[in-house]
Every structure is written in C-alpha cells, then in structure tokens.
Design a protein around this ligand. Structure first.
Ligand SMILES: [Ca+2]
Length: 200
C-alpha cells in the first residue's frame, strides 16, 4: 500500500510539473515573440564633466536590444565616456511594456520622445524600471548613458509584463517534474522490500 501511495504521489507531482513547465515555456515564448526587436545604433561621446556634459563624438557601434555591458569600453576607453543610442520596437498588439535601464554612472530612457526613466547621476550600478501602455506598431526608443570614473556598466531590458513570472513557473514546473520522477522511482522500488517484509 505504501509503495502504491508513494508511486501515485510521484506520478501526480510529475504530471503537475510537466503541465506547469509546458505552460511556463509556452507563455514565455508568446511574450518574447510579441515584441519585434532591432539593434541599438550607438553614438559614443567623450564626457566633459561628472554631471554628464557631452563632448566630441568618438565613434559609433551597435548592440542587441536587450544588453548588459558589464564593463563599458569603447575603443579601449572606460572613463569619461558616454553614448546616445536609438532603436525601435514593433508591437504586434496594444500592450503594456516593461522597460529597465541600469547604469554606472547615469542613464535616461525616452520612449517616442517622452522621458520615461531618469537616472542621470554619478552612482554605483543601479537599475530603474517603468511600465508604459503602448499601441500596436513601431515605437522609438532613445537611451542616454554616461560613465565618469571607477565602475562602468550599462544595461537595457524590456518585455511584456509577466515574462519573469512565466520563467518562474517553468522553473518550478521543471523542479516538480524532477521531484515527481524521483518519488515515483522510490515508490516503484519499495515494492520488493515491502513484499518481503510482509511475507516473512
Ligand atoms: Ca562610474
């Protein structure tokens, strides 16, 4: 009886885990597919002061929409450097979109010309996020960043709200599935021992 109960509990966990895992992965791919992404066009500048005053242009580069430059460096330069970057996103339907910028030192984010996040200051790496209701179609993003001295990092992320929840559900589902397999196997292997004990 014990064997059967353990086995059934294991299979139930396994099934629940598989459903959650599938649901999480499906939701994640739907949310990720809902934003059409394009690379950032970045123009790098020399910075004139620690308040984020722009100097002369140093050059240009590109980056994927969602990026994390853990050590900012342009042409070997990691201090007194900054950029202005532009890109667009395409929405398949009207959506609330979650944006996050992170920077050491300062950063700002504009969406369709409107200031959405302002984190323009000397600081250790810090992220700030905001959500914005946007209509179906193409929207223009503009990001400003500067690094004065010391640590140098900048990141950008965006998604439809719920992406992290979907990832968490998938991870929890995978854990339950693995746990269910282990418990079902234990239940399965209990049989001979239980049978021998009851028989002796
Ligand atoms: Ca810094």
């Amino acid at each position: 009886m014990l064997r059967k109960n353990v086995f059934v509990a294991g299979v139930a966990l396994l099934a629940l885990g598989a459903v959650l895992l599938g649901y999480g992965i499906l939701t994640k791919s739907q949310l990720e597919g809902a934003i059409g992404m394009h690379d950032w066009s970045i123009t790098w500048y020399e910075m004139n002061d620690q308040l984020g005053g722009y100097g002369q242009v140093l050059g240009t580069s590109t980056a994927p929409l969602r990026f994390d430059m853990t050590t900012v460096s342009f042409q070997g330069r990691s201090e007194h450097v900054g950029f202005m970057a532009t890109t667009t996103i395409d929405l398949a339907e009207d959506s609330t979109v979650w944006f996050q910028i992170g920077s050491d030192d300062g950063s700002q984010l504009y969406v369709d010309g409107m200031a959405l996040i302002n984190n323009w200051q000397l600081q250790a790496y810090q992220t700030m996020s905001a959500e914005l209701q946007l209509t179906r179609g193409t929207h223009r993003l503009e990001m400003w960043f500067y690094q004065w001295e010391g640590g140098a990092r900048v990141s950008f992320d965006c998604s439809l709200p719920g992406l992290q929840d979907a990832i968490n559900v998938a991870v929890a589902g995978g854990f339950l599935l693995a746990l269910g397999v282990v418990i079902a196997l234990i239940g399965f292997r209990l049989k001979p021992k239980v049978a021998q004990r009851s028989g002796s």
